[in-house]
Design a protein around this ligand. Sequence first.
Ligand code: SAM
Ligand code: CA
Length: 220
Amino acid sequence: MSNQTISITDSIYKYLCENSLREDENLFSLRAHTYRMEQRNMQISPEQGQFMQLLVKLMGAKKTIEVGVFTGYSSLSVALALPADGKIIACDISTRYTDIAEKFWTDANVRDKIDLRIGPAIDTLQKLIDLGLSNSFDFTFIDADKINYDNYYELCLKLSRPGGLIAIDNVLWSGDVADERINDIDTESIRSLNKKLHSDSRVDISIVPIGDGLTLALKK
Ligand code: SAM
Ligand code: CA
């Protein structure tokens, strides 16, 4: 026993999955499909998808944003947890990936909950602000190019309602953020956002060690 978060060994991870995962068949099929792709590591883990579903349900979220869709696992997770009138504005630049996402959203009967916007996410988010949608979103998931993480955070903070939640993925970056010898641009971007958030009085925060590290920032 310890008052520190335990290290997850392979056998503990297997136990965790065996005793908690309730993965929908469409999510399972999408994960199997994406596993055959070279870029498969971009997909969130199934237990993280389930955790995000719990957050969405806990909040009673309806208006949500996703920054970084890839083949659609995180958006499908959130869409399945949303009520019938819930929506996701889903941002990505790649139709090569999102064509796959759209097929699986359709198979899972949630296609109409997802408003896919193809283009640089900074532009998509700024357009929402220009349309007067600031202070209105319940839940946001940020998981696109790491170099723009701070831009995404600032834009999503504007778009979030007070009490809205921003979830930011990969904040532990395989541990690289904690190794000061590693200074590539992606690591530096995540590290500097983590540092900024630690003292950002606009939000309450927690870094949750699930997947590759997930920061939860609750707008005050
Ligand atoms: N959340 C996804 C999942 O669970 O499967 C994984 C997202 S993947 C790590 C990152 C995605 O961000 C890619 O699909 C990529 O095309 C997209 N992306 C990269 N740069 C972007 C940009 N400037 N604007 C919007 N999307 C971008
Ligand atoms: Ca990610």
